[in-house]
Design a protein around this ligand. Structure first.
Ligand code: NAD
Length: 412
């Protein structure tokens, strides 16, 4: 389809409609804009033909560092919004979440190959690092105005199967941005000087998504009287399971990311950056571990904490171009990327607690199944006014399936 990119969204949609034999109704659904108008969407990515939409739900009850928040989530999975709201409600009884975030420092990497003596090249870069940092003084005046900018430069030798290479790390305080473009621009501007210093050849100059200098943490307590001793002990057993078994741990961390991704998407942030950073950090010791920790205090109350890198922004990327993301930020009332990171970390902890608490008590299916049943009713073709009745009957009959939903709808 040469020239596809030069067409308008409507023209592209016409071609895709013919290719995939979409009917008029399907094509119209694709072209129907929600909060994001098609013209803006067409400027965000390439070859736009339409939009998909996710439900936005509001998580309630969050008290973080003494401040109340309503938290928008965009997600297709049932029970996530309800789970986080419930966990936050229970945590509120003991003062809510106490969260913190480091300065928003991202790491950029420069790879230098074909270096005659890597050890010597590293020494030379380290000797000249002030000069290199100085070269970046005026490169991003906006960032400088808000108190950000380059902070540190390091170099090391990397031994690989294909021989040694030199890796330079540039640390940049990116303030309220995610930082990819700011950091990449800085790397590109110092790369030629690094070539001169090392006598090698630069291959990659790119931000790292393992943002270990941009960490967010949160902690909460859930009271013994509220949860009950048995539930607390079961949660601790579940945590130990995740700590020592990678199959369980992957699902444990997935539950955390349910909440983290949903807020990341709602605020127009790069959820792939957050995901890759989170899982990489979970494995940073060489063993894949839970991003949360749980323990019991001497009075038997349950404590939970979370720690992960969170490269989330309140400026740049889609955070301001997507009109709905802008409104999500307004609902949150966030003033900085650090505050947003604190909220998202707290949501991750709450989400994980909610899943563990449900599994350790009633089992996860009870809550899940009602929403699942309603999805099945919709899939079976039920109209809005028919859904509740079909869901009720399937739950009563303990037979929640696509077949049963269809049968009830057809009156059998
Ligand atoms: P950016 O995140 O680098 O930031 C843009 C600019 O915002 C900064 O240069 C700075 O001048 C300004 N800024 C920072 N804090 C500010 C503040 N408080 N007030 C006013 N301005 C401020 O640029 P970007 O273009 O938004 O880059 C992020 C995008 O890059 C994301 O959408 C991401 O998906 C994408 N990306 C990611 C990767 C990766 O993760 N590996 C790679 C390439 C691109």
């Amino acid at each position: 389809m040469s020239g596809f990119h030069t067409l308008s969204p409507a023209e592209r949609l016409k071609l895709v409609k013919e290719f995939a034999m979409l009917d008029d109704e399907e094509a119209a659904l694709l072209a129907k804009a929600g909060g994001l108008d098609l013209e803006t969407a067409n400027r965000m990515i390439e070859n736009v033909i339409g939009e998909t939409q996710l439900p936005m739900g509001i998580v309630t009850n969050f008290l973080i560092n003494g401040k109340d928040y309503l938290i928008p989530m965009c997600i297709e999975e049932p029970s996530v919004v309800a789970g986080a709201s419930k966990a936050a409600k229970l945590a509120r009884e003991a003062g809510g979440f106490r969260a913190s975030a480091t300065d928003p420092v991202m790491i950029g990497q420069i790879q230098i190959v074909d270096v005659a003596d890597c050890k010597k090249a590293v020494e030379s870069v380290m000797q000249l690092r002030d000069e290199l940092l100085h070269m970046l003084d005026n490169i991003d005046p906006i960032l400088a105005k808000y108190g950000g900018g380059p902070r540190k430069l390091d170099a090391r030798v990397l031994k690989t199967d294909g021989g040694e290479m030199v890796i330079v790390h540039l640390h940049v305080d990116v303030r309220d941005a995610m930082g990819a473009n700011a950091v990449n621009t800085m790397l590109e501007s110092i790369a030629p000087r690094i070539v001169e210093i090392t006598g090698g050849r630069v291959v990659l100059r790119i931000i790292s998504n393992l943002a270990t200098e941009r960490m967010a943490r949160s902690e909460a307590m859930w009271k013994k009287e509220t949860l009950g001793e048995e539930a607390i002990d079961n949660i601790l057993h579940a945590y130990l399971f995740a700590e020592h078994d990678q199959y369980r741990c992957t699902t444990h961390n997935k539950g955390i990311m349910n909440g983290i991704d949903a807020v990341t998407i709602a605020t127009g942030n790069d959820f792939r950056a957050v995901e890759s950073g989170a899982h990489s950090y979970a494995a940073i010791t060489g063993r894949y571990k839970p991003l949360t920790k749980y323990w019991k205090d001497k009075d038997g109350n349950l404590h939970g904490s979370i720690e992960l890198p969170l490269a989330v922004a309140t400026i740049g990327g889609a955070t301001r171009t997507h009109p709905v993301a802008k409104i999500a930020q307004k609902i949150l009332g966030v003033k900085s990327s650090q505050e947003l990171a604190q909220i998202i970390a707290s949501v991750g902890l709450a989400q994980n607690f909610a899943a563990l608490y449900a599994m350790a008590t009633t089992g996860i299916q009870v809550g899940h199944m009602k929403l699942h049943a309603s999805n099945l009713a919709v899939m079976a073709g039920a109209k809005a006014e028919q859904i509740d009745e079909i869901v009720k009957r399937m739950i009563e009959e303990k037979n929640i399936s696509a077949t049963r939903a269809k049968e009830i709808l057809e009156g059998s």
